[in-house]
Design a protein around this ligand. Sequence first.
Ligand code: PLP
Length: 442
Amino acid sequence: MSTLETTADERARQLDRQYVFHSWSAQADLDPIVITGGRGCRVWDDSGHRYLDFSSQMVNTNIGHQHPRVVAAITEQAQTLCTIAPSTANLARGEAARRIAERAPDGLNKVFFTNGGADAVENAIRMARLHTGRDKVLSTYRSYHGNTGAAVVATGDWRRIPNEFARGHVHFHGPFLYRSEFFSDSPEQETERALAHLERLVAVEGASSIAAILIESVPGTAGILVPPPGYLAGVREIADRHGIVLILDEVMAGFGRTGRWFAFEAHDVVPDLITFAKGVNSGYVPIGGVVIADHIAETFAHRVFPGGLTYSGHPLAAASVVATLDAMADEGIVENAARVGAEVIGPELATLAEEFPIIGEVRGAGVFWALELVTDRASREPLPAARVAAMRSELAARGLLAFTVDNRIHVVPPCVVTDDEVGEAMDIYREVLRDNSEGVVR
Ligand code: PLP
């Protein structure tokens, strides 16, 4: 084929391989799929491949692809004013901040906008340190908080280790009953023991040196680890007793993913700072931010907050937030995520687990589910990550974009997913699980 006959898909792939440097990858062996369009829960290329998107890309397209109201709002804002300095007042920014603050619990009334999730975490940590005059930040090993200086060192997973240059970060074990660090055999025991462990850590680190406890309300990339009852409320109580700021990271879990506006709403807890990004506008234009409790905002009433970004509250992003949150409310999209999770995805995944011993555990809520894959149900030996990666390719070959991490498949469609789309996805998961079940010990 001559250069003239090269398809757009081939050209996209060639340019990517020649010029684009990718995240979290050794570059030489990459072979990314090409995506040229999308709508709702589906994406496609120009060569006739269509995929059901059960990854929501980076677990962020909560409203689905190309929602017409969000696209129209961005277009309209682009025609009015594409960009403006953060020091100005702008209606789109104000409306976006109001909508987010109104969704947050009472007493959290200000929003600082960032470009994404990591810098939201970064600025929440900055606020907590300046507010308390303390330095240390406690976060869990099973966590991901982003890839900037402090956010990546707050991260508990392996990505922290090659990047450990920020100071004052201490890690602890959060609750995870299936692979309990505390030898627990009930959720109650896991809560009690994980809280005792945190209390002990606070004591040995010295409460007066700890600025913040930073936790994902539902740890996402680490495996969708819904906290056992009482855990987050218990963390709140420890933080209060020691004057520590509680930061709940809702970057992945927030804005509909768990079937609620904020994931922590299911856990009887109110944080001091909430970090958000992803689902707030489904990533149509990059944005994130921190929702700030009044007592922390007050710290900066007459004292300069030493942080800022050229694109803080960017009008295109702000307009997309307004349209996203309005469309989600008007169309019952969060309620849809809750219902589909409870009535369809949860039961369907439980059926798969009955059929296939390769599934050690199913856990989640809303449109935020994980299949923990094992080679042996009794020993809970994780399925090797290379096998799960191969399963991801098999799922894609059958038309399903999956999100996989380590030994897990995360079932994370957009919040707009329909019962029929879940049914279609389950047929594909079933085929691939069946093909991979040989040799697994029941
Ligand atoms: N916090 C959590 C819980 C996340 O899941 C992520 C990204 O996946 C981040 C922070 C970082 O967000 P970003 O990639 O937008 O910087």
